[in-house]
Design a protein around this ligand. Structure first.
Ligand code: NAD
Ligand code: MG
Length: 302
């Protein structure tokens, strides 16, 4: 068969060229960063994600659902038939409004819950509001995260260490602990861990440690909740182009090279994560429990 002819017609089938090989300019945003100001812009599936009713009638809470991976998950869940609640920081209202518009354009509800997850009472309030305003909860995506690249251990302040652990680990615990009583059999929890959980960068000591904690917590919780019919799974993304990277998530001078070292040769786009989160929340993955699904462009994984 003439490969060139096939290529002409189906270039979108090639994962190397399906999304652009980006070379982001050096840039810096204040925490928490906005998709609206990211250069280049990301693909969260706005124009491309097509749903097929895989999450019909679901009620989902997605933390960090305003931007990046969480935003792609919110769009995909809505197009699969779910109502969603998104949590984010008040400074991210602009990104959140955009995602809410897209969710509502599907005829689904979008509950917007700005709140800081580093506080236990806020985590409990996020769950309370999601349950009250969605009329229940059966899909929880714990995705909010903090990542600050730091060259030397001596430069990691107590404040940074504490905030990273609070955002990535304590908030996960507080939100899930508050949510479990609402989760009926058939419900799912998906955690956003990272390839950093088992392949830590020398500049991400505190962050990588929290992602390992999330991976292990998720696997243990999966065993505890499986008999109750609630499945817990984990997604471990590789380098994905999102605002996280420009709020000091990567050293600024390394941004142009972001993701180019992966076997697939480019950074991932948020939309490339959405199918993993859809699969793990949908009933078709009923025998997938405590799994870490790696979406990383070919990096080693256990
Ligand atoms: P992102 O910046 O778009 O999303 C992170 C979100 O976390 C923010 O939108 C913000 O709403 C939320 N957040 C941070 N601190 C918060 C706080 N104190 N209170 C409430 N919300 C808070 O970036 P992203 O890359 O889409 O990140 C989503 C998840 O994916 C994170 O857990 C991140 O660790 C994980 N991840 C990302 C990558 C990557 O390369 N982008 C790789 C592996 C894992
Ligand atoms: Mg954001």
């Amino acid at each position: 068969m003439a490969m060139t002819q096939r290529k002409d017609h189906l270039t979108f089938d090639n994962p190397v060229t399906r999304h652009p090989d980006i070379t982001p300019p050096k840039q810096d945003q204040d925490m928490p960063g906005l998709d609206a100001e990211l250069e280049p812009q990301t693909d969260r599936g706005e124009r491309t994600y097509r749903g097929t009713g895989r999450l019909e009638g679901r009620k989902a809470l997605i933390t960090g659902g305003d931007s990046g991976i969480g935003a792609a998950v919110a769009i995909a869940y809505a197009r699969e038939g779910a109502d969603v609640a998104i949590n984010y920081l008040p400074a991210e209202e602009e990104d959140a409004d955009r995602i809410a518009e897209l969710v509502e354009a599907e005829g689904r509800t979008c509950v917007q819950i700005p709140a800081d997850v580093t506080d236990r009472a806020s985590c409990e309030e996020i769950v309370r509001r999601a349950v009250a305003e969605l009329g229940g909860l059966d899909a929880l995506v714990v995705n909010a995260g903090k990542q600050v690249a730091t060259e030397s251990i001596e430069d990691i302040s107590d404040e940074q260490f504490d905030l990273t652990v609070k955002t990535n680990v304590y908030a996960m615990f507080w939100i899930i602990r508050a949510a479990v009583k609402h989760l009926e059999p058939g419900s799912t929890i998906v955690l956003s861990s990272s390839v950093q959980a088992y392949s830590p960068s020398e500049t991400l000591l505190d962050y990588a440690m929290t992602k390992a904690a999330m991976n292990t917590f998720g696997k243990g919780l999966a065993k505890q909740l499986a008999p109750k019919g609630v499945r817990v799974n984990i997604v471990a993304p590789g380098p994905i182009w999102t605002p996280l990277q420009v709020v000091d998530g990567q050293p600024t001078d390394q941004l142009p090279e972001f993701g180019k070292g992966q076997p697939i040769g480019r950074a991932g786009q948020p939309v490339e994560l959405a199918p993993a989160y859809v699969f793990l929340a949908s009933p078709e993955s009923s025998y997938v429990v405590g799994e870490t699904l790696n979406v990383n462009g070919g990096a080693d994984s256990p």
